[in-house]
Design a protein around this ligand. Structure first.
Ligand SMILES: [Zn+2]
Length: 300
């Protein structure tokens, strides 16, 4: 079980949160003291707590445009992170640029001081998580300002499929995910199980060191239009709470996929039974952060 997993009782709400990631900004949800922050907390970079219950001082803004990448929905002010996260994204963009993969569309990182968001994520709290879209802009193309504010995600997985959609998935996607997973600063990448299955086919785990990076690519609900990239706790942050390493092995065994497809089918059935509209925004429940985080948010 992943340490950052949501409690069982929140499973359905959690799914809705994951669905919500890909949506346009929903109706204003309850703000949190953290979502009201517009500037990083001063001082050297320092992560406190973990990916799902944490905060960050000394966060850095990812420049909104750089070689090989562009930041989506800048109006959300969720493009802040630990300097290592900013460097990883800039390096990945530079690689995309050099390889001719196109321009990476960068979704949410963290808020200026991290902490819980009012909607959209169960993690991204510590300046160590980022969403990279699988929709790639062809080299030289740019988004209009309107589309950048409210971009359209492209799913790589048809409902119920056990492999990525051949009409949309390309070897470039595999190369991009492999490049990210090989980065020693990256602890994990979350992708839809059907995407992981496609990677296991394209990069046999018994060949050329593939198992080492495939091990970091973890199947998870949703994540069919973006990959979620998560860094290790940085060495400058002794109060950062790491996640257990992924289980040994590449994670390409058929039984593992069967387990996931069953769980996904069960969730879809549960959603249909409750007649919950898939796109309904769900405000996240209030969540605690480590006591040391309180110093980063001025009392109002
Ligand atoms: Zn994410």
């Amino acid at each position: 079980m992943m340490r950052h997993a949501v409690p069982r009782g929140l499973a359905i709400a959690g799914l809705m949160l994951l669905v919500g990631v890909a949506m346009a900004d929903p109706a204003p949800a309850a703000e949190t003291a953290w979502s009201r922050q517009t500037t990083p907390a001063p001082g050297a970079a320092r992560v406190i707590g973990g990916y799902t219950e944490g905060c960050i001082a000394g966060a850095v803004a990812l420049p909104l445009d750089g070689p090989g990448y562009t930041v989506l929905r800048p109006q959300r002010l969720r493009y802040f992170g630990h300097p290592s996260l900013i460097a990883v994204i800039r390096d990945l963009g530079a690689r995309a640029d050099a390889e001719g993969w196109g321009t990476l569309l960068v979704g949410d990182l963290s808020q200026p001081r991290g902490g819980p968001m009012s909607y959209g994520h169960a993690s991204h709290e510590a300046g160590l998580d980022a969403d990279i879209w699988l929709r790639l802009l062809p080299p030289g193309q740019r988004l209009s300002p309107a589309e950048r504010r409210d971009p359209t995600p492209v799913s790589m997985v048809r409902a119920g499929a056990t492999a990525a959609d051949r009409d949309r998935w390309s070897p470039t996607h595999g190369a991009l995910i492999r490049a990210a997973a090989r980065d020693p600063r990256v602890a994990r990448l979350f992708v839809n199980p059907a995407i992981k299955a496609t990677l296991c086919d394209a990069f046999p785990p018994d060949r050329a060191g593939n198992a080492r990076w495939l091990r970091k690519v973890r199947p998870w609900y949703g994540h069919d239009s973006h990959v979620h990239l998560r860094l290790h706790c940085p060495t400058d942050s002794p109060a950062c709470v790491p996640q257990d390493p992924p289980p040994p092995g590449a994670g390409c065994e058929p039984a593992g996929f069967a387990w996931w497809y069953e769980r996904i089918a069960a969730r879809l059935a549960e959603q249909a039974r409750q007649a919950v509209p898939a796109a309904a925004p769900v405000a996240r429940p209030p969540q605690s952060v480590p006591p040391a985080c309180a110093a980063l948010v001025p009392a109002r």
